[in-house]
Design a protein around this ligand. Sequence first.
Ligand SMILES: [Zn+2]
Length: 269
Amino acid sequence: MLTELGDGVYVLEIPGPIPVNAGIVVGDESVAVIDTGTVESDAKQQLDAVARVTDLPVRYVINTHHHGDHSFGNWWFLPAVVVGHDRCRLRLVGEAGERHREMMARLVPAAAEQVQAVPVTAPAVTFDRSCDLHLGNVSLRLDYLGRAHTDNDITVRLTERDLVFAGDLIEQSAPPVVIEGFPAEWGPTLRALEAVPEARFIPGHGVEVNSAFVGMQAQAFEQIAETCRAAGSAGAALDALGTLPHSVRAVLGAQAQVAVARYFATVQA
Ligand SMILES: [Zn+2]
């Protein structure tokens, strides 16, 4: 489903093997898309959606992070310039990209063949902290705010409108996925995102949320991190999970256990 969020700004919910939000931003000179789905048919749906709203070409493809449900459609937008964080490229280029494709194929067995057929395409333009893209009358600010869902999450903000595409830094349709995450840093990263005044946030999955939602998710990670710090070991932290407020457990669901394991895997004791 294609939803207009504002003048020339759209979010396409791609059903795909993995439902994901893809952004389309139309300036008076060119077009940028944000994330590209998992397989060829996802990218084709997004290209169709672009053609429905503008005749202008897609000049930029932005990946909010390297995960295949956000980046595997990149190839179908070439010769557009693919833009992402430095480490997004590292996770998608060469053998690393092939390993990630194998992982994604195992994740969606029903679409494994389509995933295997994806020519994984890493960002050609990368940055560490921030980057501005200009589409004519519309500009986009890309920011790396710190590690969270991965080590290469970026946010995409429409500078005039306080509208933020947040990728999987926030998830609305399910608990945030922590398997490659950094639970000790996720909270502070979200606090930086929450600081965007009066912003509307488009998560990687699910419907638009506000800064209160971002704050709630930040608090859940802060409390998990605090619990782990106080417990001192994964076993003791897992035992302590039951004592966390219901609101925290509601945000993280079964990902709370994963967060404890990742906390101790990614933080020096
Ligand atoms: Zn992801």
